[in-house]
Design a protein around this ligand. Structure first.
Ligand SMILES: *Cc1c(COP(=O)(O)O)cnc(C)c1O
Length: 442
């Protein structure tokens, strides 16, 4: 075996030219979305006013998206990806040393792009589909955002495609977490505190409860209503969609090449799950190996207070509070679930994307939950050892890897553990401070 390097870097020429379309190769079906109220499958023209048509084609597994394992990445996208991709895979030697572990730990860096998280990988493509759409003149992408990672990624993507961007940001975050709001504004987006006076949903809620602090469900309902008002607008979605998973497969494809380059194959891959897009994209190309008999393990990490995969029900449910979106078969805590105010805003979804849910249901992927305190402690250890401040969401993956490395050491096993560092936490320091008590003078 060759001695592994610290950073495994691919050249720009090695950037994958295709996304991996896992649904075309799974030995089981990933059920397609059902109409929100009628007892039938969704068709493209049910929702072509709401989503870019290409997003719907992917979501409904139409044509090549139902049959082809490899989907060509448009040249425009590759050109922009090359500004920050391929991203490094880094051996966490310092963390290994700190733990005194027999395991090797690697992290895939998705924190080094324009918006600071993996979300830009799909925001860019969604804006591209909208800008390219034949027959419509889409001028504006609309979305909702919690802590602001998704809004910031979409704002940057829209700027790249010269589209307008309108973001409904949950009022509590709008007021308490202003930095990503500033970033969205700098990138040219309009940001509204939700509930807002711009939609009838928002006006009604504010009339009944002027102090309402907002939720992702309300934000999404406002975004949908806002799109419906104007045919030049479409909705962008970060996490729960299959098109987001497809685009995020770039993470796993690069990781696979990088590990091959140093002659390693992973024993365990670990990631955090909100809607499931970064983790599913990360593991997708390796799932194929597992189905063909490899002993690789996959572990999806959730906050203890939002245990969708670990304790939710597997059934059809809506992606939004107001039952406007298609119903999808997934693990869910119920679309009316109100998540506790944990700092990992990106993990506060009631459901998990159908493909990941199916992988868990079929025992391909395992799950684990951790408390916020232990996750933030792991974030601190990671900063001290590796010099990287993980996003609160990504710190779940870090702890998953630390935990697994400890188990490996106890068993005297030499494991290769790879985690997906989905984003950085430099704009989340207030959350770290609240949990780790960093404001008290020392
Ligand atoms: C949004 C977000 C997540 C969760 O979303 P997934 O769809 O599960 O990937 C995880 N990490 C970061 C940094 C995020 O911004």
């Amino acid at each position: 075996m060759t001695v592994p390097e610290n950073k495994i870097i691919l050249s720009e020429a090695q950037l994958p030219q295709h996304w991996y379309n896992i649904v075309a190769e799974l030995p089981f079906d990933v059920p397609k979305p059902l109409h929100p109220v009628e007892d039938r499958a969704v068709e493209i023209d049910d929702f072509d006013w709401l989503w870019p048509a290409e997003c719907l084609r992917i979501e409904l597994q139409k044509d090549e998206y139902g049959t082809d394992a490899w989907i060509e990445i448009p040249e425009f996208i590759s050109d922009v990806y090359r500004r920050y991709r391929p991203s490094p895979l880094v051996r966490a030697r310092s963390l290994e040393k700190h733990l005194g572990t027999s395991a090797e730990i690697y992290f895939k860096r998705e924190d080094l792009n324009p918006a600071g998280s993996h979300k830009f990988n799909t925001a860019l493509v969604q804006a591209y589909y909208a800008a390219q759409e034949d027959g419509s003149r889409i001028r504006c992408m609309v979305t909702d955002t919690g802590a602001g990672q998704w809004g910031a990624a979409l704002a940057m993507a829209c700027e790249t495609l010269e589209l307008d961007c309108c973001v409904f940001m949950i009022r509590k975050s709008y007021d308490e977490k202003p930095y990503r709001r500033y970033m969205m504004r700098m990138a040219g987006a309009e940001v509204y505190s939700s509930p807002s006076e711009l939609t009838s949903t928002g006006r009604q809620i504010l009339k009944d409860d002027p102090e309402n602090s907002g939720s992702l469900g309300i934000g999404m309902s406002e975004a949908i209503e806002f799109v419906k008002e104007n045919p030049e607008r479409r909705l962008a979605l970060g996490c729960m969609s299959y098109y987001a998973v497809l685009h995020q497969s770039i993470i796993g494809l690069e990781t696979k090449l990088q590990l091959e380059q140093i002659d390693r194959s992973p024993d365990l891959m670990v990631g955090c799950v909100g809607g499931g897009s970064n983790f599913t994209g990360f593991i997708a190309p390796f799932v194929r190996d597992k189905i063909e008999g490899s002993s690789i393990e996959f572990r999806a990490i959730e906050p203890e207070s939002i245990p969708t995969l670990s304790e939710g029900e597997y059934r059809y449910d809506w992606a939004d509070f107001s039952e406007l979106t298609p119903r999808i078969l997934m693990y869910t805590l119920g679309h009316r679930f109100v998540p506790p105010p944990v700092h990992s805003g990106g993990l506060r979804y009631h459901g998990k994307t159908p493909v990941l849910s199916a992988l868990v249901k079929n025992d391909v992927v395992g799950t684990k939950t951790y408390s916020q305190r232990e996750v933030f402690d792991a974030g601190r250890v990671f900063l001290k050892t590796e010099g990287v401040l993980a996003a609160p969401e990504s710190a779940h993956a870090v702890l998953g890897a630390i935990d697994a490395a400890r188990d490996a050491s106890k068993a005297g096993r030499k494991q290769v553990i790879v985690l997906c560092l989905s984003g950085h936490g430099y704009l989340d320091l207030k959350g770290f401070s609240d949990v780790l008590d960093l404001d008290t003078p020392n």
